[in-house]
Design a protein around this ligand. Structure first.
Ligand SMILES: Nc1ncnc2c1ncn2[C@@H]1O[C@H](COP(=O)(O)OP(=O)(O)OP(=O)(O)O)[C@@H](O)[C@H]1O
Length: 239
């Protein structure tokens, strides 16, 4: 289904990012403009160094653009103070990274509770874990879970505060394809059931086949944006 373009979550215009390394300047983003819509599932594809993480970090308020504008639901992130960005990250965005960053001494349920305790209107940790298919693993510690299960705990932790957007940086990068499919199914379910906008960055072209839209990045610029005609389920994806 094509995205509802009347409901813009992110509006980015002419974003550049320059890392000043003293003698050299690295131009990580060279004028990126895009809109992301409510409830869509987007995959951003690009080779290593094309600027994917930089873009995701700017959208998520973890980094700021050198130039250009980014708004989230009409609020300007480019000119936000550190305090406003912290508030934005805490209440509106969920992050999932390649490595799960779970606290080893806490159970799955407690790892999720770390976030729900500071959120405004969170789900119960058990509810979030149920949504990613881990309702029977609440009392397991990370070391007692497989890699794919740990990543699903990380997804439960990210969505338990009911963020409007979920930003995922190579969420299956450390997983074999069978386990990766289960993680992608969890992300798809969150997207469908909670209407969360999900953006995944990856260099894995297979994953793009399950997206509503695919955004291609080359050398710090968007080279193409495509609506997927036929969207595959995660289990139909091969990589
Ligand atoms: N903190 C930083 N300081 C200096 N240069 C950086 C920094 N972060 C990223 N870069 C540079 O910016 C460019 C884009 O990096 P980025 O991590 O966004 O790419 P990527 O597409 O996510 O790559 P990968 O798939 O390898 O993670 C690269 O040339 C990188 O070396």
């Amino acid at each position: 289904m094509p995205p509802d373009t009347s409901d813009v979550v992110f509006h980015a215009e002419g974003i550049t990012k320059v890392y000043d390394m003293g003698e050299v300047q690295v131009h990580a983003l060279r004028g990126v403009s895009l809109d992301l819509y409510r409830g869509e599932f987007v995959v951003m594809l690009g080779a290593s160094g094309s600027g994917k993480s930089t873009l995701l970090n700017i959208l998520g308020g973890l980094d700021t653009a050198t130039d250009g504008n980014v708004t989230y639901c009409g609020k300007n992130l480019t000119r936000a103070s550190n305090r406003e960005l912290t508030d934005y990250r805490r209440h509106h965005v969920g992050f999932v990274f390649q490595f799960y960053n779970l606290i080893p001494s806490l159970t799955a349920e407690e790892n999720v509770a770390v976030v729900t305790e500071i959120a405004d209107d969170p789900m119960l940790p058990a509810e979030a874990l149920e949504l990613v298919g881990l309702g029977d693993r609440l009392h397991h510690f990370p070391a007692q879970l497989s890699g794919g299960q740990q990543q699903r705990v990380a997804i439960a932790r990210a969505i338990a505060k009911r963020p409007a957007v979920l930003l995922c940086d190579e969420p299956t990068g450390a997983l074999d394809s069978t386990t990766g499919v289960v993680v992608l199914e969890a992300l798809r379910r969150v997207n469908r059931e909670l209407n969360t906008t999900v953006a995944i960055i990856t260099h894995n072209a297979g994953i793009a086949e399950m997206a509503d839209r695919v955004i291609y990045l080359i050398d710090g610029q968007i080279s193409d944006i495509k609506n997927n005609e036929s969207i595959k389920t995660p289990s139909e994806i091969v990589w």
